[in-house]
Design a protein around this ligand. Structure first.
Ligand SMILES: [Zn+2]
Length: 308
């Protein structure tokens, strides 16, 4: 059911205006079906096989939110939406053919500049106005359709998402931790460092939709060697429609954690090792797994989605 009107600060132009429901990714790129989402705090310590069992949010018109004003939504959608949908449809054909986890160069025929601008628009959409406030040059990049060259500090990476679900991470920061030892304290610490990075406009974000997933990073080294840097798409002009070979790895989404591309078996093995390492200390460690209570949490983003 459509809400009557939602007002707020547009995540691109920053103006306080009526906001449009924007699909991420665009509706024409495999995002027109009802979807079920689940929030991060409900996923902690839950077996990935059972992520979608309870407390779901259902979005009848696909994944998206009220984040962009109508003008920014209409302008960017009309300039980049169709080119992005064609890129996504070519990606889906590849995904349907690909087996296993190999990395190959795949042929596309696309408008590279329009594709990367739509990806950047999607990252604006899942972040708040602070990102636009700290990066006026990136606002200009998406609001002027002919503008080329992305801020060199920003890297956009892509991969083929071979999972049956999607993952949306507004902001994360890099922390070294053993994924098998995620607990209440490490999650709270991760949230604190991510909040600080979001406030500075330099947090890492991930939109792992299907068929292709994307990561935006401010770090000059790739956050995962299997991710392919497609930032060079920004070097083309608006009218360039070209054949392009793009290197892509097939990666699963292991858990709700950003950049966790372990397959199901690896998640199981890590969990098993964690249980073994704990040995007989279960009782002593019990409060390590105390669920985080609602009142001590920030608003909970819906991070995992799949078709209803
Ligand atoms: Zn706007």
């Amino acid at each position: 059911m459509a809400k009557e009107s939602v007002f707020g600060n547009c995540a691109i132009c920053g103006k306080h205006k009526q906001l449009a429901f924007g699909h991420v990714p665009p509706q024409s790129a495999f995002n027109e079906c009802p979807a079920v989402g689940i929030a991060m705090w409900e996923l902690i310590n839950r077996d990935p096989d059972h992520y979608f069992e309870e407390r779901r949010r259902i979005s009848q018109r696909g994944v998206g939110d009220y984040t962009l004003c109508k003008q920014c939504d209409n302008d960017t959608g009309s300039w980049y939406g169709e080119a992005f949908a064609k890129w996504a449809h070519q990606g889906m054909e590849i995904l349907d053919r690909v087996q296993g986890e190999a990395t190959f160069f795949y042929p596309f025929r696309i408008y590279p500049l329009r594709v990367i601008k739509q990806i950047v628009v999607m990252f604006f959409s899942i972040r708040d106005w602070r990102f636009a406030y700290s990066h006026p040059d990136v606002v200009q990049f998406v609001l002027n359709r002919n503008e080329r060259y992305l801020n060199p500090d920003i890297h956009i990476y892509a991969f083929l998402n071979i999972s049956g679900c999607s993952r949306y991470i507004e902001g994360a920061s890099r922390m070294v931790m053993n994924p098998a030892e995620i607990n209440r304290d490490s999650i709270m610490e991760m949230n604190r460092t991510a909040s600080a990075a979001i406030a500075k406009g330099r947090a890492l974000s991930e939109i792992a939709c299907r068929p292709l997933g994307y990561v935006m990073s401010f770090d000059p080294t790739p956050p995962d060697d299997r991710l392919s840097d497609i930032s060079h798409f920004a070097e083309y002009s608006y009218s360039d429609w070209i054949p392009l070979y793009v290197k892509l790895s097939s990666l699963p989404l292991g858990t709700y954690l950003p950049l966790d591309y372990r397959d199901h078996d690896q998640v199981e093995r890590d969990a098993e090792k964690n249980r073994r390492d704990e040995g007989d200390n279960d009782a002593a460690d019990e409060d390590k797994y105390t669920p985080i209570s609602e009142h001590e949490l920030p608003p909970s983003p819906y991070v995992m989605w799949r078709d209803k």
